[in-house]
Design a binder for this molecule. Structure first.
Ligand SMILES: [Zn+2]
Length: 271
């Protein structure tokens, strides 16, 4: 038998789906996902990926749990305050699903370690909260030809997409959407800008759905589509993302994504 009785019980509600079945569950069990950041987006995403039986989760975050995190970072309890997030997260995820391999790494995702982190996984899920880190993750994922589920959230609003420029010649990359870095003071941090917890949960769950779909080979994915969530208006919108012909962000031929000479014009978008 390919699955233990325990596994069959645990995953019964998804294995019964035609899109999953035994073969899909095996694909999930064989997969490794890298979660960059286990905060407002990464925490709910990690819970769903662990629940779904993604076999190995690599958790990268150098923060400690703070009381102000608990309003949205659903992996943690008040007793975890002060503990490294990746330690508390690994303990919680192991309690949820002891079948998993967990690889907690208390470090930042940086250019120096990024490509090695991406190279060892099947898919990258980026829930980091700074533009600089998101750009670094996108560059490393593109260079190592790994699909990247990317999301962000602020206030009542969030957005998510999947970047896989290696898998589809027409697919846009992160730098098609954001040709240049914004000024350092252009985007408020989470602490300054505020964030509604359930909206982060909504986006994190959406990102986990895209990750599971990719690992199962179920489509269509959000490649080439930016999904916008407006929690205040209770609506979602889709924007088709175009690949920019001159974009240097695609693949190994363009290893240097330091685009300081690029103008700040917004990315080309087609409705
Ligand atoms: Zn591009």
């Amino acid at each position: 038998m390919r699955f233990s009785e325990c596994e069959l019980d645990r995953y019964a509600r998804q294995m019964v789906l035609a899109e999953v079945g035994g073969r899909g569950q095996e694909a999930l069990r064989a997969a490794t996902v890298l979660l960059v950041g286990v905060g407002g987006l990464g925490a709910p995403a990690a819970l769903y990926l662990a629940g779904a039986g993604v076999g190995r989760l690599v958790l990268v975050d150098d923060d400690d749990v703070a009381l102000g995190n608990l309003q949205r970072q659903v992996l943690y309890t008040t007793a975890d305050v002060g503990r490294p997030k990746v330690e508390a997260a690994a303990k919680r995820l192991a309690a949820l699903n002891p079948e998993l391999a967990l690889d907690p790494r208390r470090e930042r995702f940086e250019p120096a370690n990024g490509e090695a982190l991406c190279a060892g996984v099947d898919l990258v899920l980026d829930g980091s909260d700074s533009f600089a880190t998101r750009a670094t993750v996108a560059a490393a994922a593109a260079r190592t030809a790994r699909p990247l589920v990317s999301g962000s959230v602020q206030g009542f609003e969030g957005q998510a997409t999947v970047f896989a420029p290696h898998a589809d010649a027409a697919a846009p990359c992160f730098r098609c959407l954001f040709p240049a870095d914004p000024p350092a003071d252009a985007l408020p941090s989470c602490a300054l800008g505020g964030i509604l917890g359930p909206v982060a949960g909504q986006l994190g769950a959406l990102m986990a759905t895209e990750a599971v779909k990719w690992l199962l080979g179920v489509g269509p994915s959000l490649v080439g589509t930016l999904l916008l969530v407006d929690g205040r208006a209770a609506r979602t919108d889709r924007i088709a993302l175009a690949r920019r012909p001159a974009c240097p962000g695609h693949g190994a031929a363009h290893p240097d994504l330091n685009l300081r000479e690029t103008s700040l014009a917004p990315a080309e978008r087609k409705q």
